[in-house]
Design a protein around this ligand. Structure first.
Ligand code: ZN
Length: 317
């Protein structure tokens, strides 16, 4: 083969034809390959877009739900607030430190127990009563009023020191004033609460309503008084045995003993109402005999504590 020969041209033409066929074919194959990989990428990207959209939807959904829940919580709060202010008496806000140290305790009652209680002191008659209690090794309960002289404050400390219970009975002991309203009652009881706390360092928890939990002075508000004092953790005690010694003319000691045992008949458990006011000399005189006779009947004595089940007028024993 030599340059310019027929054979040379034939081969050249053949080569050109081959090139013209193969190059586009090769390009086509290459482009096809590129396209396929681009399509794969597109499919992958579409999948990613879809996934991101789903995630976004979830986030939006969660945000909407959180907002709805926050709005609902606000509504619930507003309703609770409105209900609270509609149902809550304003006097619940009074005296924010006028609370028992612990919430109401679970209470138990034992039969065969006598709780001696002394109201309206302390006075000089408290001294003799404390002596008799010490001689007989008996613990009792004193529901005191607002005596603020030095000797009375010393007696309050002595009551606590000797292991008796010191409870609240009111500061003024003026039925018309303290039972005028719930506010008036709280105002008065708070004063004796503070007096006891500051004098003895002990926070009183038990109390006795002057005249008992239901009387002719508090008949319009006794349920509110009871509910409010219980809400504050204080435990009220009425009585089921009475010495009937709260008289203007002092009784003889024998009459006091007689009154106690007349009202004690048939009782398996008793809270005895007695007084250690300034005119109650004969109560102190009668006390030794009262203790001995209860002991002869098989009773034992205890002081009232917040877990002592109360005896209350108007409630079943
Ligand atoms: Zn009283």
């Amino acid at each position: 083969m030599y340059f310019g020969s027929v054979r040379f041209f034939k081969n050249l033409i053949l080569l050109c034809v081959l090139v013209l066929i193969l190059v586009p074919l090769a390009l086509n194959v290459y482009q096809h390959h590129e396209l396929a990989s681009a399509q794969e990428q597109i499919v992958q990207l579409e999948a990613e877009v879809e996934q991101t959209r789903q995630q976004l939807d979830e986030v939006v959904q969660q945000a909407v739900e959180a907002e709805a829940m926050a709005a609902a919580a606000e509504v619930v709060e507003a309703v609770a607030q409105a209900r609270f202010s509609a149902e809550t008496p304003a006097y619940q806000e009074l005296y924010p430190d006028f609370y028992a140290p612990q919430p109401l305790a679970e209470q138990s009652q034992e039969s065969g127990v006598i709780y001696l209680t002394f109201d309206d002191g302390p006075t000089k008659n408290t001294d003799r009563i404390l002596e008799v209690l010490a001689e007989k090794d008996v613990k009792a309960t004193f529901f005191v009023t607002g005596h603020t002289d030095g000797a009375s404050l010393e007696r309050m400390r002595e009551i606590v020191a000797q292991g008796h219970t010191l409870g609240m009975h009111s500061f003024m002991h003026d039925y018309a004033v303290i039972y005028d309203s719930v506010e008036a009652f709280l105002d008065d009881m708070y004063q004796v609460f503070v007096l006891i706390r500051e004098t003895t360092g002990e926070t009183p928890t038990v109390f006795r309503f002057p005249g008992g939990s239901i009387n002719s002075y508090n008949s319009g508000i006794y349920q509110e008084l009871m509910a409010e004092m219980l809400r504050r953790g204080f435990v009220p005690y009425d009585w089921n045995i009475s010495a009937q010694d709260a008289t203007s003319k002092p009784l003889a000691a024998e009459e006091i003993v007689e009154n106690v045992f007349a009202s004690a008949a048939g009782k398996e458990r008793g809270i005895v109402l007695m007084h250690d006011g300034s005119s109650n000399e004969s109560t102190a005189e009668a006390l030794g005999t009262i203790i001995e006779r209860f002991q002869e009947m098989g009773f034992r004595f205890d002081r009232i504590q917040p877990d002592t089940k109360p005896i209350l007028f108007g409630y079943l024993e």
